[in-house]
Write a protein that binds this ligand. Structure first.
Ligand SMILES: Cc1ncc(C[n+]2csc(CCOP(=O)(O)OP(=O)(O)O)c2C)c(N)n1
Length: 378
């Protein structure tokens, strides 16, 4: 057992220090060496845009436009780095905080807010984006991801050597989720079936008010080898490192090498959700420690040191953020209420007689108010 407990940052793969210096890593350098200034600025842009989304959504919740919001603040590098490592044909099974991954999968982030406004269970086309619906039941989607990966394997879309065909599945979950049976069962199935799945744990240190020390006595990545799943601990606030380790894990999955467990060591800088008050259970010293390790500042400093950041880039990014803010505010305020009958849609993939008879009953019930001359029901 590790004498340092689950909060140690020992053994983290890191390519950028928290002061923005590039450090070499014998195994992982080769996964990022091809990234030129343009690509690195793209990663910075992704993270800044996603953080702007967070800020706007949090304000809208405070104004009563959203029922709830779960911020991804502080986890941008873990999400953008891993998300950018995906191939178009890969599949993502997220929990409920993966807005950064949604963004890099091309989901319009206002569609994510349809869920938080309560007008839709999802809001985006999960097949088109290969980004499945958010899951609020902690850990259950790791089983869906593993099962899906076993299906991909049985379809013969693994290990063919065709880079446009070979497919991996990735699933995102938190440190608290590792205490759930579902996640442990997913690890068993992934291991014994050699499933092409990457289990990406964002250890953001807190499961609402429960710290990681209440979830484990050892670093979370130590769990993987017990199931026979290779594991990596990565600095989750280092976008280059998360890109590198995820690229390697996805390549292993696509080539038939089986699953990988990744622990991205990061920090939830915001509250658990807008219903939570973290000042009740964590210290300002802890928050300050992590503010010094901000993932956006880290990459931004590195790019400044490289001389890659121009005034034009910064102006463009500012304009992009403003446009996104306007788009979010305008779109959310005009999201209409769903019709009550829409609850009968998408229950099953194909028509189902029970659902159809319930829909017919409901339509008769609604119409009865009109027959009674009330104009509309109350
Ligand atoms: C099966 C289940 N149990 C309990 C909850 C209530 N719950 C919602 S979020 C949460 C904490 C999750 O923490 P973690 O997995 O670390 O993810 P994070 O929110 O930190 O990203 C809990 C216990 C739930 N949604 N589902």
């Amino acid at each position: 057992m590790s004498p340092t407990g689950p909060l140690t940052d020992d053994g983290l793969v890191r390519l950028l220090t928290h002061t923005g210096e590039r450090v070499s890593h014998p195994e992982y350098d080769r996964y990022v060496d091809h990234l030129d200034d343009h690509a690195l600025l793209g990663l910075l842009r992704d993270m800044v845009i996603v953080r702007r989304f967070d800020t706007e959504a949090t304000s809208l919740q405070r104004q009563g436009e959203l029922a709830l919001f779960a911020q991804g603040l502080g986890q941008e590098a873990a999400q953008v780095g891993s998300g950018r490592a995906l191939a178009p044909q890969d599949h993502v099974f997220p929990s409920y905080r993966e807005h950064g991954v949604a963004h890099v999968r091309g989901v319009d982030l206002t569609d994510v807010l349809r869920l938080f406004r309560g007008v839709d269970h999802g809001g985006w086309d999960s097949a088109a984006h290969r980004f499945h619906l958010y899951t609020l039941v902690i850990g259950s989607h790791t089983l869906h991801a593993t099962g899906y990966a076993m299906g991909v394997q049985r379809d013969g879309d693994v290990g063919t050597g065709d880079p446009t065909r070979d497919t991996a599945v990735i699933t995102y979950f938190g440190d608290g989720a590792t205490s759930q049976g579902d996640v442990n069962e997913a690890l068993v199935f992934a291991a014994v079936n050699n499933a092409p799945v990457v289990l990406f744990c964002q250890n953001n240190q807190w499961a609402i008010s429960e710290p990681t020390t209440r979830q484990a006595r050892v670093p979370l990545a130590d769990r993987g080898p017990g199931f026979g799943v290779p594991s990596v601990r990565v600095d989750g606030n280092d976008v280059l490192a998360t890109y590198a380790v995820t690229t390697q894990a996805l390549e292993r999955a696509r080539s038939g090498g089986g699953p990988t467990f990744i622990e991205a060591f990061t920090y939830r800088m915001g509250a658990h959700t807008t219903s939570d008050d973290p000042s009740r259970y964590r210290s300002s010293a802890e928050e300050e420690y992590w503010r010094q390790r901000d993932p956006i500042d880290r990459l931004g400093t590195y790019l400044q040191l490289r001389g890659a950041v121009t005034p034009e880039f910064l102006a463009g990014l500012e304009a992009e953020g403003e446009a996104l803010g306007e788009h979010i505010r305008a779109t959310v305020r005009t999201m209409g209420r769903p019709s009550t009958a829409s609850m009968f849609e998408h229950v099953y993939a194909t028509p189902h007689s029970v659902v159809e008879s319930e829909r017919a009953w409901f339509e008769r019930y609604e119409a009865s108010f009109l027959d009674a001359g009330e104009g509309s029901h109350r």
